[in-house]
Design a binder for this molecule. Structure first.
Ligand code: ADP
Ligand code: MG
Length: 318
C-alpha cells in the first residue's frame, strides 16, 4: 500500500474483481497517483474507513439484499455514488419521479404487492422494482396473462412492488443505447442487444443475463434526453452533476422515433469500458481523483526508489 490516496473498488463475492470490464481501472488510477484495490462489499474483514473513497463497481448481488446493502452504504465514510443517490436509484420506481419531472420515460406502471394490473393488449414487460442484470424481468404477449400473473406473484412474494411496461420493439431491432457520464460529463456510449429474447442466458456467475454489447455513437436526440435526465435526477436529489462519479443513461427508440428513458443507472457495474476508447478509463480515473478529499490528494506518493533519509520531504504546493 502506498502513502497516496487509497480507493476501494467494491465488488461482490461472486465476482470479486468484476467481470473484466473494469480491468483497466486500477492502472489508470495508479497513473494519477491513486492506489486502487478490489474489495468485496460485505467482506467483514474489510474496513471501508481504510479508503479515502469507496467506489461501487461490481456489487451485482445488492438486489437480493438491498436493505443490508444500503445499511452498508450508509456506513461507508465516503462512497461514490453517495448513499442517498444509491437508495433512490436502486428502486426502479425512480423512473416515475423522473417522469413527473418531465423526462420522457418508457410508460411505466407501478404494481404494488397484492394487486394485479389490467394487462396491456401489446407485448409487455413485468420486472422487479429492485433488480439488476435483467434478473426477474420477463416479456409476455397479450395472450399470456396467466403466465404474467404467475411471474408477478413470484416478484410480489418478497413484498416488493413490480413494474409493468409496454415492450419496446426497437430493443429487438436496434437494442438500447447506454450513454455513460463521468462526473456529469459525457464519456462514451454502447448498445446493448435485447435481453428478454430466446437466445439470452445467464452468465456463469449467475449474477446477470449475458449481455451483447457493441460501441455506439448516440445521436443528438439521445444525448439531449440523457442530459435532461441527469439534470432532472440532480434536481430531485439536490446534487450537482459533478457529484455523480458515474451515470449510465439507457435510452430506447420509442414511438415516432423519439428516444425514451428505460433506466438511469447510478449504482451500476456495467459501464462498457471494453466498448469504449482507451481514454474512458483515464476519464474515469480523473473523475475519481477529483472526488477524493483534498487532504488525501496531497498525501505524497512514494517514489519507486526509497528517498535518502536526509532528503527533505517535498511538500505539495498550496
Ligand atoms: N419496456 C421494455 N421494453 C423492451 N425491453 C425491455 C423493457 N424493459 C426491460 N427490457 C429488457 O430487459 C432488460 C433488463 O431490464 P432493465 O429495466 O434494464 O433492468 P436491469 O436493471 O435488470 O438492467 C433490458 O436491458 C431490456 O433488454
Ligand atoms: Mg438495464
Amino acid at each position: 500500500m502506498t502513502g497516496g490516496p487509497r480507493v476501494y473498488l467494491a465488488a461482490c463475492a461472486g465476482l470479486p474483481s468484476s467481470d473484466g470490464d473494469d480491468d483497466a481501472l486500477p492502472s489508470a488510477l495508479a497513473a494519477v497517483g491513486v492506489d486502487a484495490r478490489w474489495v468485496v462489499w460485505d467482506d467483514p474483514g474489510v474496513d471501508p474507513a481504510g479508503a479515502d473513497l469507496v467506489v461501487l463497481r461490481a456489487t451485482w448481488d445488492y438486489s437480493e439484499r438491498r436493505d443490508a446493502f444500503l445499511t452498508w452504504c450508509d456506513a461507508v465514510p465516503r462512497l461514490a455514488n453517495p448513499p442517498d443517490v444509491v437508495r433512490w436509484n436502486t428502486d426502479k420506481s425512480y423512473v416515475l419521479d423522473l417522469a413527473a419531472a418531465g423526462v420522457a420515460v418508457v410508460p411505466t406502471e407501478l404494481v404494488p404487492a397484492g394487486t394485479v394490473p389490467r394487462w396491456p393488449d401489446t407485448d409487455f414487460v413485468v420486472k422487479p422494482v429492485v433488480g439488476a442484470g435483467s434478473r426477474g424481468a420477463a416479456r409476455f404477449a397479450p395472450g399470456q396473462s396467466a403466465a404474467a400473473e404467475a411471474h408477478l406473484a413470484g416478484l410480489h412474494a418478497s413484498g416488493a412492488a413490480a413494474l409493468l411496461q409496454p415492450y419496446q420493439p426497437a430493443v429487438d431491432t436496434e437494442g438500447e443505447t447506454a450513454l455513460v457520464y463521468f462526473a456529469g460529463v459525457y464519456s462514451h456510449a454502447f448498445v446493448k442487444g435485447a435481453m428478454l429474447s430466446d437466445g439470452a442466458g445467464m452468465d456463469p456467475s449467475g449474477l446477470y443475463v449475458t449481455e451483447r454489447l457493441r460501441p455506439a455513437e448516440p445521436d443528438g436526440a439521445q444525448r439531449r434526453l440523457a442530459e435532461d435526465t441527469l439534470d432532472a435526477a440532480c434536481g430531485l436529489l439536490g446534487r450537482s452533476r459533478g457529484e455523480l462519479l458515474y451515470a449510465r443513461v439507457d435510452v430506447v427508440r420509442a414511438e415516432r422515433g423519439s428516444p425514451a428513458l428505460l433506466e438511469l443507472e447510478l449504482a451500476e457495474p456495467s459501464l462498457g469500458f471494453r466498448q469504449a476508447d482507451a481514454g474512458a478509463a483515464l476519464r474515469f480515473a480523473s473523475a475519481v481523483r477529483a472526488l477524493l478529499p483534498e487532504r488525501s490528494r496531497r498525501r505524497p506518493v512514494p517514489a519507486t526508489a526509497p528517498r535518502p533519509a536526509a532528503a527533505p520531504a517535498r511538500r505539495p504546493r498550496g
